[in-house]
Design a protein around this ligand. Structure first.
Ligand SMILES: *Cc1c(COP(=O)(O)O)cnc(C)c1O
Length: 355
């Protein structure tokens, strides 16, 4: 199977398995796991922050960040298509009483700045929950996986800070953003007070996310992590793979971006498929299938029969993600499979190729 559903399906590299086997371990809740301590120091340095905390997942990282930044009954302002709004089970609302307040996202993952400004100018009046946090996402998963421009991040950050709010960045794929923007991860993270990034996506580690920020924030997040049941003991098992991820897997993301570009180009030539254009494409391709929901279901079924998996994003839309373990040859194979599946399921007849 060529599994393009997500970069979370990546399996650890042989070097990671080796590192896991050899990792020096201790009790991390006592602060005594040397491998975790080393990973946290590396992560803080990479993000240009004072300190970092290893947590179980991106969801836990964003949740801990929101619980620390936002008192109960305050607002976290975030994108209407943000992962933390759509795909994290409403955790900050359910567990922290945080009022998740969505702002319109443009196609390429930016905020509508006028709407943000209007939201933050909420009068300090008894009618309104006071805002505490603005959260950005880069790359923006539900907006084509696109990298969000630094100038836009600077504008959002400046607006939030002018209103006395904290800024968090969901940087689950910050190294993909760094590559697409030709900027270091720390330059991107500089537009936020706190940042989380995932080890378990393009970096191909089995588990883990790092939440980074000023030391007092990270110490509060450490207590929150414990409260959430995320205090892990010999977590060096996880951190050992993370160290390999940070040292050996960042540069190879360029290969994923090149494969995504080739995939977008190839699928764009298939009659019946419409590839969403991207200004700053990273490792994702979103595309629609002609012929309505039934046609799209048949297409995905026919594609699967030909050994290719993609993820549904709407009744007629799919997401394909390139990652470690998917080669350039696999991409060519996937394009051929998509063309055959489109021809077989007659969605090709519903719309000509884009050219
Ligand atoms: C994957 C992802 C997360 C976190 O997901 P987990 O599965 O909880 O690790 C957070 N934000 C974005 C943008 C993501 O893509």
């Amino acid at each position: 199977m060529i599994d393009l559903r997500s970069d979370t399906v990546t399996l650890p590299s042989p070097e990671m398995r080796e590192a896991i086997a050899r990792a020096a371990l201790g009790d991390d809740v006592y602060g005594e796991d040397p491998t975790v301590n080393r990973l946290e120091a590396m992560a803080a340095a990479a993000m240009g922050k004072e300190a970092a905390l290893l947590v179980a997942s991106g969801t836990m990282g964003n949740l801990a960040a929101m619980l620390v930044h936002c008192a109960r009954g305050t607002k976290a302002v975030l994108g209407a298509r943000a992962h933390a709004y759509l795909y994290e089970a409403g955790g900050a609302a359910a567990l922290g009483g945080v009022v998740l307040t969505p702002i319109r996202n443009t196609e390429d993952g930016e905020f509508d700045l006028d709407e943000l400004q209007f939201e933050l100018e909420t009068p300090a009046d008894q009618h309104f929950a006071p805002p505490a946090l603005v959260a950005m996402e880069n790359t923006h998963n539900r907006c084509g996986g696109e990298a969000v421009a630094l100038a836009h991040m600077a504008a959002v950050s400046e607006t939030a800070h002018r209103h006395g709010l904290s800024v968090h960045l969901d940087g689950a794929r910050i190294f993909n953003a760094a590559l697409a923007l030709e900027a270091s991860a720390s330059r991107i993270a500089a537009h936020a007070d706190t940042v989380s990034f995932c080890l378990s996506k393009g970096l191909a580690c089995p588990v883990g996310t790092l939440l980074c920020g000023p030391r007092p924030f990270v110490e509060r997040a450490r207590r929150t992590r414990k409260m959430l049941g995320g205090g892990m003991r010999q977590a060096g098992i996880i951190a050992a793979a993370g160290i390999v991820g940070l040292t050996a897997m960042v540069d190879r993301l360029a290969e994923d971006h090149e494969n995504a570009r080739a995939l977008a180009e190839g699928l764009g030539r298939v009659a019946g498929l419409r590839v969403h254009p991207a200004r700053r494409r990273t490792n994702m391709v979103f595309f629609e299938v002609a012929g309505g929901a039934a046609g799209a279901r048949r297409f995905a079924g026919a594609l699967k029969e030909r050994g290719v998996l993609v993820g549904p994003r709407s009744p007629v839309e799919f997401r394909a993600v390139t990652h470690y373990g998917v080669s350039a040859a696999d991409i060519q194979q996937a394009v051929l499979a998509a063309a055959a599946a489109a021809a077989k399921t007659a969605c090709a007849a519903a719309a000509p190729a884009q050219g």
